[in-house]
Design a protein around this ligand. Structure first.
Ligand SMILES: [Zn+2]
Ligand SMILES: [Zn+2]
Length: 238
């Protein structure tokens, strides 16, 4: 047997014709002509807009099939809706929406999720406005990419007189049957008795939340290191 990375090194290339459910964050987008809607990634592939049913393209412009072992491109999702909700709490992701997706085609499995070739968006969950109220509308955010405006989930107060789409209209233009208003999910609990601070500063729960997506990326690095490790063992063994 090889070194400690052996379990990663044997990870097979996988393929599924059966859709595999998952959860992820995305920015809602509307086309410049206002006639269709789509999504853009919150990390890798921010500049690319994908449709409700779409195939992954290499985010770095390579022409290889996604997901490639040697590249980080492809669609990503978490197995657990909680992991996506946790990520949505980060300031950078507060304006994202949560997608319920179905992955198919070639895929690679990681501890917390999948990286895969083909995706269908089954439902969109709209969270909160930046002011903390449940978001009711999708407003023009003022940001965007070529041909697409980025939308921002807002409440009725904050929408003011900005151009907006209702969740239902967004669903029609995106081709997604379900657009749910999810803004009350995980609302802050009522104030409780103060809890005495404990000596430990490293809360495993908090660390897990902050590193949710990073964990998926690191799993790939481990995989690459495992290959190098195996190669090194082979050379040493000669
Ligand atoms: Zn690639
Ligand atoms: Zn608001």
């Amino acid at each position: 047997m090889g070194g400690s990375f052996a379990p990663f090194a044997r990870s097979p290339r996988e393929h599924s014709d059966e859709p595999l459910p998952g959860f992820k964050l995305a920015y809602p987008m509307v086309a410049a002509d206002g006639r269709s809607c789509g999504f853009s990634g919150v990390t890798l592939g921010r500049a690319h807009v994908y449709r409700a049913v779409d195939d992954a393209l290499c985010a770095h412009g390579s022409r290889h099939a996604c997901p490639s072992r040697w590249c980080d491109c492809g669609f990503y999702c978490f197995h657990d809706i909680g992991a996506a909700r946790d990520l949505a709490c980060e300031p950078d992701h507060r304006s994202a929406v949560l997608l319920e997706v179905f992955a198919s085609g070639r895929y690679r499995r990681y501890e917390r999720g999948l990286r895969y070739a083909r995706q269908r968006v089954g439902a969109v969950r709209i969270g909160r406005c930046e002011c903390g109220r449940p978001a009711e509308l999708l407003a023009d955010s003022g940001a965007g990419t070529v041909g697409w405006r980025k939308l921002l989930p807002v409440c009725g107060h904050c929408a003011a007189d900005r151009p907006t789409l209702t969740p239902q209209r967004f669903g029609e233009l995106a081709g997604v049957a379900q657009v749910l208003q999810d803004g009350t999910a995980g609302a802050p609990a009522p104030p409780q008795q103060p809890v005495a601070p404990t000596a430990t500063t490293e809360d495993p729960g908090t660390v897990a939340l902050l590193s949710a997506e990073v964990a998926v990326l690191h799993a790939r690095l481990d995989e690459a290191l495992a290959r190098l490790d195996a190669l090194q063992s082979k050379l040493d063994g000669r």
